[in-house]
Design a protein around this ligand. Structure first.
Ligand code: EPU
Length: 335
């Protein structure tokens, strides 16, 4: 019996490495297993577990999505469309594409998590988002078990946003997604300073998709902690978008504040900069803290509870609000 209890720990199924238990665990390796789960809507589904902070035990059956498979839907001499099962690991899928010579997702190398979770929050890095290549999301309605295919516009993608995080939150289980990738004439995006610098430093003048992926992997490894060494969920907060007028006011008081253009009325401010400016970077509070190389990433030094991390996040939010009157929003789902 005690062994069974040990096996109910969700520690290895969330990249934060928070040790809470589940009522029971169902390993989903094939979609048709869903037919036998009568209370699907009462289950809690975990994909890669890379975007959740568990603050309490899950008093429900937990489904661990381990469905696998990559197949070709369409292909011509220029493009290939692949259907990918939601339980595939995102980074392994990116590596598969690079090895085959398919371009479009190389900038999203090394993002932790599963393929099914990728459209949920429209994952992105270094100027590319999944919405740029996604053709459809197939998902099972957890009430009726009917499968619905969402087109790209139907997913209502935004910055780290989709319909699956808003009006359809908790209503669908993503079963597979379609992505359309280039087979030749790849449209590389090397505009991010860090990527350009890495390519220059490595004397690469005409980069391939493999080079861009290598650059991204090197940059991410240099700043972002590997969840297998130090539990984390990547960026804990979104980069806030604020009115240009507010930004100009802040710029007078804080001349080194950074921003990226959004439109003529708004700018995006790097949350990492705001958090670092208030002294949180590298600061350890009990078993948790803001990472020493990237203040936007909160980490678990080993035995942190979800509530400890949540408390740190609240303290950081409050301090950013008190100084800048900017409301940080969490990117991670707090359960
Ligand atoms: N910055 C600081 N201090 C820090 C961290 C960042 O001052 O501790 C400043 C940097 O100097 C830089 C700016 O903030 O000028 C941006 O930093 P960085 O390039 O590291 O990117 P980010 O805006 O912090 C976003 C994504 C990352 C993604 C990178 C690269 C969000 C919330 N995060 O981070 O995504 O990898 O850009 O494209 O949009 C994730 O979502 O989990 C994630 C890691």
């Amino acid at each position: 019996m005690s062994n069974q209890n040990l096996n109910l720990s969700l520690k290895k199924f969330n990249t934060f490495g928070i040790d809470v238990s589940a009522k029971n665990i169902i390993y989903l390796t094939e979609l048709k297993q869903l037919d036998h789960i009568s209370n699907l809507k009462d289950c809690f589904i975990i994909g890669g577990g890379s975007n959740i902070l568990l603050t309490k035990s899950i008093n429900k059956p937990v489904i661990i999505n381990q469905t696998k498979g990559i197949c070709t839907v369409n292909e011509d001499e220029n493009y290939i469309e692949l259907a990918v099962a939601s339980g595939e690991n995102w980074h392994e899928f990116v590596m598969y594409c690079i090895q085959k010579g398919y371009g479009g997702i190389e900038n999203m190398s090394l993002i932790p998590g599963s393929v099914g979770a990728a459209p949920m929050q429209n994952i992105g890095a270094y100027g590319r988002e999944i919405k740029d290549v996604l053709t459809y999301v197939s998902a099972v309605n957890i009430e009726t078990k009917e499968i619905k295919k969402f087109t790209n516009p139907e997913c209502e993608f935004g910055y780290r946003e989709s319909i699956f995080k808003k009006s359809l939150k908790g209503k669908y289980f993503v079963s597979d997604i379609g992505v359309r990738l280039t087979k030749k004439n790849h449209q590389l995006n090397t505009s991010y300073g860090d990527i350009e610098k890495w390519l220059n430093d490595n004397l690469i003048k005409v980069p391939t998709i493999q080079d861009v992926s290598n650059a991204v992997i090197a940059i991410r490894k240099s700043k972002l902690p590997d969840p297998s060494d130090l539990g984390n969920s990547g960026s804990f907060f979104k980069n806030p978008v604020i009115p240009l007028s507010q930004f100009n006011g802040l710029l007078e008081k804080f001349p080194t504040i950074k921003s990226y253009p959004v439109n003529d009325k708004e700018v995006k401010v790097p949350a990492g900069w705001l958090i670092e400016s208030l002294g949180w970077k590298g600061k350890r509070v009990g078993n948790t803290g803001a990472h020493k190389k990237q203040a936007l990433v909160l980490v678990n030094y080993g035995n942190a509870t979800g509530s400890e991390v949540k408390k740190l996040a609240e303290d950081i939010k409050r301090s950013v609000w008190d100084t800048y009157q900017i409301q940080l929003e969490t990117e991670v789902n707090i359960i």
